[in-house]
Design a protein around this ligand. Structure first.
Ligand code: NOJ
Ligand code: CA
Length: 686
């Protein structure tokens, strides 16, 4: 199929009907209002008595964000903070449907009112700052635009003053900002008024039941944003520090990333929103048919269990023999790729201390790269190289071009990158070209990741980043930025103290995953690991993760022997698609449970995944998503009667029954359990 044509095909039309949208209402000398296309969300822009730019948000007449200030502290010129006069333009309605080259749904409707509000200082430097607002029915977003102007050429941002003054208390799900292990923390569930410094996305549920997720979209050449609670339920943006006292240095004209608020009356509503993707620019890469969603196995879990090593020696995992074994397994069972870690020089010694020794083109002597790559090509399997940098982006950039062109020459179209270094310990080139330390989500790292994405794209390589820059939906613009880690993955259940508790995935769906796909690496059947408690799920839940956690690269992470020994449950991993035409979130509560149904992009098969935290649950699910009038064979993988994440993780029942869209199923989930179902159409469509 011609993916270039598909990805540019715009089905709807952009209608710039200034009058079709609810007109902007001047609500007073200093405020103006505009609403989303169906009037669900309203944003009020204004200035306060000191001329500070302000915004507020309501949903169906109820305040979600109280009046909040906007502005900037600059390092070398007076702050952009007060003394502003505001002019609000007319909202413009856009209704466009675009097609993803791959994704959780094929068509995405982009339906919003766009609204430009300009602020000019009333005296002094008379600088101008625009705020571009987009109002969707399921969220609002705004970004600052710095126009070209004589009094503001080089913009050095010390601090962004954007506030998010949430209107009501309630519960918040969040991970701490600025801590050494970056995004790899368990989620806190606290009152909103007890959050400290949090990363985004942060998700809250107000007492009235309104769900809000605060995040950002299209983060390019800017510092990542964290939030610090200032008082009560009020938060302020905290930009990640840069290399000097400026977090961001840019030349005007430029604009910031979008500040986003996904807003819904249900958790499921948040998880169905495409707001983050929609706010990104369309595909810039053209034909991306070389970006292939796929399932993969790898020389990987055995290192995390310490059965093998990344470094050279008697336990070295990445040997020619082991690689061939994995390629044969992938070819036999229909997996698209094989990940190989520890194949390249640089792992000996204390690699995560500096990353200085890593070589991204030269293999260890017991790994015959040329032969293995040729073998993989013959078998139609992608060899996925691993580029662990130890956070040393500086060294990686020096070898980037050579590494990517070698991959292209060897027919490799996917790389897994890694940036293992404590917060503040990543390395980049400083202003004089010498190496300096930086935060993983600082502006220099944003620039680095863009360089990697663009270089990889030139060589037709898709990137799966671990210890990454946060996901802000760039996959729309650069579809080779295919997936990433950026949360506590399954690896923590291999060695974590503690591992991932049963509520973890039900947290992820409504927090981190609102930002985009995650390489979570599910599919573990060997439940005893180095982590106390081992894998804290049932087998059925491991299978459900393939549907619940969206990732276009989806690993079957366990040792091959565990798959060979358990063909029953393994069949679901073999059968489950990775690229979807549709996604429906059927139910869910943050941190408690969730059920998601997805339709295969390449057939009429539907899949369903449902999972729970430590509590058993019985969930009724109507099958109305199936085609009406069609019969389906439901291949059900459910928790057995004794299944429990502590005492009996492997109790699974695999059965089949015939269903139609008129049926309802009751999903009985064990403590720490789940259920996976594949619906295969039988007979003809009636
Ligand atoms: C952490 C990554 O998440 C993991 O997948 C990888 O194996 C190790 N770093 C070593 O690079
Ligand atoms: Ca990691």
């Amino acid at each position: 199929m011609n993916l270039q044509r598909r990805s540019f095909l715009a089905l709807g039309s952009v209608s710039a009907l200034a009058l079709g949208a609810p007109a902007v209402a001047q609500t007073g000398a200093n405020t103006a209002r505009a609403s989303s296309p169906n009037g669900v969300l309203t944003m009020e822009m204004g200035t306060d008595n000191d001329g500070r730019p302000t915004y507020a948000v309501s949903r169906l007449g109820q305040k979600v964000v109280n009046t909040s200030w906007m502005g900037f502290l600059l390092t070398d010129v007076p702050m952009l903070e007060r003394n502003f006069a505001m002019t609000a333009g007319q909202p413009v309605l856009v209704d466009d449907t675009w097609e993803q080259p791959w994704g959780e749904r094929r068509f995405v409707r982009n339906h919003y009112n766009e609204w430009r509000v300009s602020y000019v200082e009333k005296s002094g430097l008379q600088r101008r700052l625009d705020v571009l607002v987009r109002l969707y029915d399921d969220g609002v977003a705004f970004r600052y635009e710095f126009p070209d102007q004589p009094a503001l050429k080089t913009v050095r941002i010390a601090s962004e003053l954007t506030q998010f003054n949430l209107a009501e208390d309630g519960e918040a799900w969040w991970i701490p900002a600025w801590e050494w292990n970056r995004e790899e923390y368990l989620y806190n569930r606290t009152p909103i008024s007890a959050v400290g410094s949090a990363q985004t996305p942060i998700t809250v549920r107000g007492k009235s039941g309104t769900h809000v997720s605060i995040h950002e979209a299209a983060l390019i050449d800017y510092a990542g944003m964290n939030l610090r609670r200032s008082e009560g339920t009020g938060f302020r943006a905290q930009l990640t520090p840069g290399l000097t006292n400026a977090a961001v240095v840019r030349q005007a004209p430029f604009h910031t990333p979008w500040r986003t608020l996904q807003i819904s009356d249900s958790a499921a509503g948040l998880a169905e929103s495409s707001l983050i993707l929609n706010l990104n620019e369309p595909n810039r890469l053209g034909d991306v048919s070389w970006v292939k969603p796929m399932k993969y196995v790898g020389i990987w879990w055995e290192m995390h269990l310490e059965l093998k090593s990344w470094n050279a020696g008697s336990k070295h995992g990445a040997t020619t023999e082991n690689a061939i074994k994995h390629i044969d397994f992938a070819a036999k069972h229909g997996f698209g790729g094989v990940l190989i870690e520890g194949w390249n020089l640089g792992w000996d010694g204390n690699w995560f201390a500096s990353g200085e020794e890593f070589d991204f083109t030269r293999p260890y002597p017991d790994f015959d790269l040329e032969r293995i790559a040729a073998y993989a090509r013959d078998k139609g399997v992608q060899l996925i190289s691993h580029h662990e940098t130890g956070g040393n982006a500086y060294r990686y950039e020096q070898q980037l071009e050579a590494a990517m062109s070698q991959m292209e020459r060897l027919g490799q179209h996917a790389v897994k990158t890694g940036y293992v270094a404590d917060a503040g310990g990543a390395r980049v080139a400083g202003p004089d070209g010498r190496m300096v330390f930086a935060f993983h989500e600082s502006q220099p790292l944003a620039q680095h990741h863009m360089k990697v994405i663009e270089t990889a794209a030139r060589h037709k390589v898709a990137v799966n980043a671990h210890e990454p820059f946060k996901d802000t939906g760039l996959r729309r613009t650069y579809p080779n930025m295919i997936t990433r880690e950026g949360a506590r993955g399954m690896e923590f259940s291999a060695w974590g103290q503690p591992g991932n508790p049963p509520e973890h995935e039900a947290n992820l769906v409504f927090t981190r995953l609102l930002a985009g796909p995650m390489d979570y690496t599910p599919g573990i059947f060997g439940m005893d690991t180095r982590s106390p408690g081992g894998i804290q799920t049932t087998w059925a839940k491991q299978l459900a993760l393939y549907v619940v956690i969206y990732s276009p690269l989806q690993m079957a992470a366990d040792l091959l022997v565990h798959y060979e020994n358990n063909p029953g449950p393994f069949q679901f991993i073999k059968d489950v698609p990775v690229d979807w035409a549709e996604t429906r979130v059927l139910n869910g509560e943050i941190g408690d449970f969730v059920t998601i149904a997805r339709k295969d992009r390449n057939s009429d098969v539907w899949c369903l995944g449902s999972l729970t935290d430590e509590h058993p649950r019985s969930l009724d699910v109507a099958l109305g998503f199936l085609d009406a009038g069609r019969r389906y064979r439901a291949e059900i993988y459910r928790d057995g009667p004794d299944a429990n994440y502590t005492t009996n993780r492997t109790d699974i029942v695999i059965e089949q029954r015939e269903v139609t869209s008129a049926d309802q199923l009751t999903l009985n989930l064990a403590p720490g359990g789940g259920q996976a179902i594949r619906f295969v159409p039988i007979g003809r469509r009636r």
